[in-house]
Ligand binder design. Structure first.
Ligand SMILES: Nc1ncnc2c1ncn2[C@@H]1O[C@H](COP(=O)(O)OP(=O)(O)OP(=O)(O)O)[C@@H](O)[C@H]1O
Length: 243
């Protein structure tokens, strides 16, 4: 997306202040996030890097309403998520967040189209299943079962499922972690296109620093803190990346 399309001056989509998450207590306490401050603009594409255990998944889970912080604030379009009830968080996830994980979590006994329809059936303003499948270039496979698809195709079904409800926020945790080089690039192209064409704000966790080149901003976590925030000189398409 051209930088102009990222609404830096508007209210951020996500506002994170002094966010901390501790697992356990006493001597066994693990401080997964310590004091994270970050604003995420509407339409931004953020790549989240950092060593194993630095807190990336913990942060993504809190932003997606799957977990709550121990302290600090996180707001989505001005609405506080910290302190929200389970019912409120369920509604938030259902209406606003699409998740893509390393493993695709498709239902094996349902076709591609039926897997996507699981989400569109309960969403308030979904796109038609076939529109979602066209966005990930899987229309010809709509009646196939997951076992008949390659890993990259299964991940594209998972992406179609995530975006079919038109979420404002797409959260991806190692989306190419189980894929080979060429397939990983195809999946990244799909995520980049959704960000550009639908304006969906995207946060992508990766261990692959080369992927950072496709971001509007690159956030590095280390030991539960933001170690750096960089703006790449030019946003690259996945085809221009190499690793
Ligand atoms: N449910 C949990 N209970 C206890 N500790 C946890 C839990 N989940 C995560 N942690 C710990 O919190 C820290 C941050 O974990 P997190 O999964 O957020 O890191 P990460 O940067 O995503 O790592 P990776 O790249 O390996 O996925 C780690 O030390 C981890 O062991």
């Amino acid at each position: 997306m051209p930088a102009a399309a990222v609404q830096q001056d508007a209210e951020p989509l996500l506002r994170i202040r002094s966010l901390a998450r501790t697992y356990g207590s006493g001597e066994a306490a693990v401080h997964a996030l310590r004091a994270v401050d970050l604003d995420v603009a509407q339409g931004e594409f953020i790549v989240l890097l950092g060593p194993s255990g630095s807190g990336k998944s913990t942060l993504l889970n809190i932003l997606g309403g799957l977990d709550g912080p121990t302290s600090g604030e996180v707001s989505f379009r001005g609405q506080r998520l910290d302190g929200a009830s389970d019912t409120e968080l369920t509604r938030y996830r259902r209406e606003h967040v699409g998740f893509v994980f390393q493993f695709y979590n498709l239902i094996p006994s349902l076709t591609v189209a039926e897997n996507v329809a699981l989400v569109t059936d309960i969403a308030t303003d979904p796109m038609p299943v076939d529109e979602a499948l066209a966005l990930v270039a899987l229309t010809p496979r709509r009646n196939h079962f997951p076992s008949q698809l390659s890993g990259g195709e299964q991940q594209r079904v998972a992406i179609a499922r995530a975006i079919a409800k038109r979420p404002q926020l797409l959260l991806c945790d190692e989306p190419t972690g189980a894929l080979d080089y060429a397939t990983g690039k195809l999946v990244l192209e799909v995520i980049a296109r959704i960000n550009t064409e639908l304006g969906t704000t995207a946060l992508v966790i990766t261990h692959n620093a080369a992927i950072a080149g496709m971001a509007d901003r690159v956030v590095r976590l280390a030991d539960g803190r933001i170690a750096s925030v960089e703006v790449p000189p030019r946003r690259l398409s996945p085809a221009e990346l190499s690793w």
